[in-house]
Design a protein around this ligand. Structure first.
Ligand code: GLN
Length: 386
């Protein structure tokens, strides 16, 4: 008996596959975007205390009270945004589950969802799983801005939503206030929802992160999704959430309940204390990433890669066409095997069979200095191996 048709049109995550390739060749892993340095000690201690304190059974399905209250505090302090902890938050197993639950809860088969391309690879399968149609709007290289006319032209009577990921994975583009306002104007004019994906909101080097929900008229038509993974270097804890109007949240909560019941209870309580950290923590997080960006960026350019300087997030989306005429998958595998540095092939961030991605690879710089030093040393030999 064949597997369900919906599984035929997407493949396993290439990002996660490249971590396996890195391990196979013993390459420095700059592919999957997870930090290889420790998380804050106070949160580790809080997790141990929560487990020892017997917080080991299901939390409330839409999130433990301490974590929901901490999320409310975060949005009030940082963005002046009011969120109701009882009716508007759904805590999920990462932004990954939150996004899947939001798509399944809000989109019907045949609905169209606008996705800026290149894009984080989950959105395509998320759309396929709910039988919605992803409609791609190109971000324009080299600075990855979007053309409002292209966005308008992509909207049809079936369009339900625009997915907005800023800081953007893989390009590092941080959408400006003017760009956000244009998206908000179009959403209001065409009666669309905006679904945001904000895991890198604290990792911004130029510009600022603006939740589009805070723009006039947008609170009720935005679903704000974010994650604790990158903010606290806890990608394995699987904690994220969706903030939406009470009506939308009730649908999102139902889907979430039957997907996973809830995120890990002791980790939710431990993570809550993170949002109580003072500004110095967040400043240091961003400063440290800026240092890593600057440290790796220069040798990458010297090695012959071309890219826009990322204004946020922790990736270089690098054009390697000056180095090789191979396609991205061949080049990435060669890099992992011969140079000893693992990256993600650019085509993973484009529609299947799109030609545009084939000249890019993505480098993640969310790594400790020693890891980056090893990568830089290997990259210095790249040209001699061509
Ligand atoms: N968001 C990270 C990336 O783009 C991690 C992806 C994942 O494996 N969940 O690499």
């Amino acid at each position: 008996m064949p597997n369900a048709r919906r599984t035929h049109t997407f493949s396993e995550s290439v990002i996660r596959e490249m971590t396996r390739v890195a391990n196979q060749y013993g390459a420095v892993n700059l592919s999957q975007g997870f930090p290889d340095f420790p998380m804050p000690d106070t949160m580790k201690d809080a997790a141990c205390a929560a487990i020892r304190g017997d917080i080991n059974q299901y939390a409330v399905t839409w999130g433990s009270k301490p974590l929901r209250d901490a999320i409310v505090g975060k949005y009030a302090r940082r963005y002046g945004m009011t969120v109701d902890p009882e009716r508007e938050i759904t805590v999920a197993c990462g932004a990954t589950e939150a996004t899947a639950a939001v798509f399944l809860a809000l989109f019907d088969p045949g609905d169209e969802v606008i996705i800026f391309e290149p894009f984080y690879e989950n959105y395509g399968p998320d759309a396929i799983l709910c039988e919605a149609k992803p409609v791609f709007v190109s971000l324009v290289a080299p600075d990855w801005h979007f053309d409002p006319d292209l966005l308008r032209a992509a909207i049809t009577p079936k369009t339900r939503a625009i997915v907005l990921n800023s800081p953007h994975n893989p390009s590092g583009h941080v959408f400006s206030r003017a760009e956000m306002q244009t998206i908000a104007d179009i959403a209001i004019e065409r009666d669309l929802i905006v679904v945001t994906d904000d895991p890198y909101e604290y990792i911004v080097f130029e510009g600022e992160h603006i939740p589009i929900a805070t723009l006039p008229g947008m609170a009720d038509r935005t679903v704000t999704i974010s994650s604790l993974s990158k903010t606290f270097s806890i990608t394995g804890w699987r904690l994220g959430y969706a903030i939406a109007s009470p009506e939308r949240s009730s649908a999102i909560r139902k889907v979430h309940d039957f997907l996973t019941v809830g995120a890990p209870a002791p980790l939710q309580d431990a993570a809550a204390i993170g949002y109580g950290f003072d500004d110095a923590y967040y400043q240091k997080l961003s400063d440290d990433y800026r240092e890593r960006r600057d440290y790796l960026g220069a040798p990458l350019r010297e090695a012959g890669f071309k890219f826009a300087q990322p204004a946020g997030a922790y990736y270089f989306f690098a054009d390697f066409s000056g180095l090789s005429t191979d396609d991205d998958v061949t080049f990435a595998k060669w890099m992992a095997r011969e140079v000893g540095v693992a990256t993600v092939p650019g085509s993973s961030f484009f529609r299947p069979d799109a030609p545009e991605g084939k000249k890019y690879v993505r480098f993640a710089f969310c790594k400790q200095r020693a890891t980056l030093e090893r990568a830089v040393e290997k990259l210095s030999r790249l040209r001699s191996l061509l």
